[in-house]
Design a protein around this ligand. Structure first.
Ligand code: PLP
Length: 443
């Protein structure tokens, strides 16, 4: 493979320096490996800020307010929350743990939205006591708890009603039938949303501000969003008449696609924003509704491409005429996506980016599972022990889904920005395992 082909494989935020090393936002990844070891997760903070800004800019010409709420589940850390607080975005949390970390980071509480299909009484209690911006209410059990808690604390809480709209989008397809079968939200087709609206209306301290729907992930087309907007605004017109329901806010969730490999051709982020705004304008006019605020909840599209995983190459197994396995010092414990849903990635040897001595290999993780494969069939300069493999676009649902399977400590997380690096999350050590353990000597 010549230089040009390799360059094409790099992500937009990457360069190669004179040592033939991979450079991310001005930082030599091999220097990072020398300093912090591997496996290492590197986040390009400039790119994260750029993605946020693209969404915010794209919504600027909308006639009402808009909110971009980063979906924390993609990746959360104290330092990231601190950075996001300054970027003037909102935050989507899905557990007491994410809420706790956001509060610890000093994230403005009024910009926090709380999601989840089984929020506990304690989690809701904290959210209400902390007076966060809004709760995305998911089910009848939750309405009861929020009613009890808001009455107890004499506090009004804004809520969005999560709707299961019967539209599911994934990559290039959206499906409008059968997708009511979801654990999230109130089912639109069977009238659950109407019951939820009526129940919320009768609660003294719950203030419904609008509707929420999230239709899927890694979506490369805009039609799924357009269909759900059409459905929800038509219903909003109906509910305005029947319940006096006001659609002040329409939250269309996240799901905007990113580039994992050369095969992925996501839309520019502003195209999604443009399509969403236009669909809302059109449907609001058609249904004689005031333009609602538009909220979105991108996770993957904010942090996915900004994340790179660095691993050290170890053992190799060559099966003649079948395959060469190259093992690295991480795998499914720090990135479950390939094992969980056959996610595909690409990458380069970070210490030898451009070389012609290429061969096709498969990248194996170190967990004791045959399914722990990070990449099947990738062409790299013949990898040798101690080479550093960089896997691209691992920033979303990698570290946040990491486990201690096989008692593998979780990697360190480093932020880079304009030539500077910062250790955001320390590497876990085997000593950390002991924190939660109890010896039977104490029994
Ligand atoms: N909002 C909700 C309700 C979600 O369930 C998810 C992801 O599953 C997101 C936002 C973020 O999606 P993505 O990371 O694909 O943008």
């Amino acid at each position: 493979m010549n230089k040009d082909n390799y360059s094409k494989r790099l992500m937009s935020n990457m360069e190669i320096n004179t040592h033939n090393h991979l450079v991310i936002d001005g930082v030599d990844t091999i220097d990072l490996v020398d300093k912090y070891g591997t496996p290492l997760n590197v986040y390009d903070i400039s790119l994260i800020k750029e993605k946020i800004n693209t969404f915010k800019e794209a919504f600027k010409n909308y006639e009402n307010k808009t909110q971009v709420a980063y979906a924390s589940k993609a990746f959360s850390s104290l330092a990231l929350y601190e950075i996001l607080a300054k970027e003037d975005v909102s935050l989507d949390v899905v557990s007491g743990g994410e809420l706790f970390l956001a509060i610890q980071a000093g994230f403005p509480k009024e910009r926090i939205h709380f999601h989840g299909n089984n929020k506990s009484y304690d989690e809701l209690n904290t959210a209400i006591q902390e007076n966060i911006g809004c709760i995305v209410i998911d089910n009848f059990y939750e309405i009861d708890m929020v009613e009890e808690l808001t009455n107890k604390h004499h506090q009004v809480m804004d809520v969005l009603i999560r709707v299961a709209p019967g539209v599911e989008a994934h990559t290039h397809e959206y499906i409008t039938t059968g997708q009511a079968d979801s654990k999230f939200g109130f089912d639109l087709a069977s009238g659950q949303v109407e019951k939820a609206i009526a129940k919320i209306k009768s609660a003294d301290n719950i203030n419904s501000i609008g509707l929420h729907a999230h239709i899927g992930s890694q979506i490369f087309e805009v039609d799924g969003y357009q269909v759900v907007i059409e459905k929800l605004l038509a219903k909003a017109k109906e509910w305005k008449k029947t319940f006096g329901f006001n659609l002040d806010v329409l939250n269309v969730g996240g799901g905007f696609g990113i580039r994992y490999t050369e095969a992925d051709t996501p839309l520019p982020l502003d195209d999604y924003a443009e399509a969403i705004m236009n669909a809302v304008r059109k449907q609001a006019k058609l249904n004689e509704l005031a333009l609602p605020e538009i909220w979105i909840e991108p996770g993957r599209s904010i942090v996915g491409e900004a994340g790179t995983s660095l691993y050290t190459v170890g053992s190799q197994k060559n099966i003649p005429a079948i395959r060469k396995y190259v093992s690295v010092d991480g795998g499914m414990a720090d990135n479950i996506r390939p094992a969980l849903y056959q996610a595909e990635y690409t990458g380069v040897l970070a210490n030898r980016v451009n070389e012609n001595s290429e061969e096709k290999v498969s990248i194996a993780g170190k967990a004791c599972e045959s399914g722990d494969m990070l990449i099947w069939d990738i062409t790299l300069p013949q990898p040798t022990q101690k080479d550093v493999l960089a896997i691209f676009s691992t920033g979303a649902y990698g570290y946040s889904m990491a486990s201690n399977y096989n008692r593998l400590p979780r990697p360190a997380v480093v932020f880079v920005e304009k030539g500077k690096d910062f250790l955001a999350i320390k590497r876990e050590t085997v000593q950390d395992f002991l924190k939660l353990e109890n010896s039977i000597e104490n029994w």
